[in-house]
Design a protein around this ligand. Structure first.
Ligand code: MBD
Ligand code: FE
Length: 281
């Protein structure tokens, strides 16, 4: 199996920070009243924490040093997506009727290689991991198949590393897009990902170690599914019985998102069918 050089927290963090800056356009118009209300509440909540725990100057200075280091490591995208994004997603998708969403995380890249109806994700010769077919149908809320739906899939490799964020992995490894035909069907051939560990050598890892938490997300597939006239859903899928499905550090697992793959009809690896119903735009 191929071996890649070990990623560093600062390496992954720098890439994630750069990708985020590229996607983030100029700031939207500022609603001063809303900024004031939210910022005041956030700052006041922090004051209450300081009072409740009688935070010392030593702890205040440790916080200051840590916050500076999060920026130096480029780990703001990682920190926010692990410990904050799940609540933003909960609020954003509260009224969705169709496919259940969850957080995007820091490692999405738009523009992955496209296939019609079925495809094998780009992967290395001898790519490690259990061969895996992930298939299904994209429909509207009434169950009618959607033509020209886009199913974007990206996931970590068998070492838990993402292409374009860890060194030595080909650019589009384990990233691809399927465009459906009139039957709404898609079928990806890939390998199962491994659980993901928050880098232990960076600021987020330092927080986890200092608090005595664990650093793990369960193995997961990331998806963005969309179609003309429909709402795009960003989600993840997990594997029943997998490590940390019950205690994801990013709190992004929901019962509807847990897959139960079966042995593949082909005789090698596993397969699973999962359908996406899209809400109207
Ligand atoms: C991941 O792979 C991820 O999906 C999230 C949400 C945070 C960190 C790493
Ligand atoms: Fe991920």
């Amino acid at each position: 199996a191929p071996t890649a050089p070990s990623p560093t927290a600062a390496g992954s963090g720098r890439n994630a920070t750069e990708r985020f800056a590229e996607k983030q356009r100029s700031t939207a118009q500022v609603d001063h009243a809303r900024v004031s209300a939210i910022a005041t509440n956030a700052i006041t909540a922090l004051h209450e924490v300081i009072r409740e725990h009688r935070v010392t100057y030593a702890e205040y200075d440790a916080l200051k040093a840590w916050l500076i280091r999060v920026g130096e490591d480029g780990e703001w995208p990682l920190f926010l997506d692990v410990w904050v994004e799940h609540v933003v997603e909960e609020v954003a998708n509260a009224d969705r009727k169709g496919a259940v969403g969850t957080i995007e995380g820091p490692y999405y890249i738009p523009g992955s290689p496209e296939f019609r109806s079925e495809g094998t994700l780009p992967m290395r010769d001898g790519e490690a991991g259990t061969p895996f077919v992930f298939q299904g149908t994209v429909t509207d809320l009434e169950g009618n198949p959607l033509d020209d739906a886009r199913v974007e899939l990206w996931h970590a490799d068998d070492d838990g590393f993402y292409s374009q964020f860890a060194p030595g992995i080909p650019e589009w490894n384990l990233r691809g897009t399927i465009l459906t035909g009139p039957d709404g069907r898609f079928a990806f051939t890939t390998v199962k990902p491994a659980p993901y560990q928050i880098p232990t050598d960076g600021s987020c890892g330092a927080l986890i170690a200092a608090a005595g938490w664990h650093a793990w997300r369960p193995a997961h597939l990331h998806l963005k599914v969309s179609a003309p006239g429909k709402q795009l859903v960003t989600t993840q899928l997990y594997f029943a019985g997998g490590q940390h499905v019950e205690d994801d550090v990013a709190q992004a697992v929901k019962p509807e998102l847990v897959l139960r793959p079966t042995p593949a009809a082909s005789g090698t690896g596993e397969e699973v069918t999962y359908d996406f119903a899209l809400d109207p735009a």
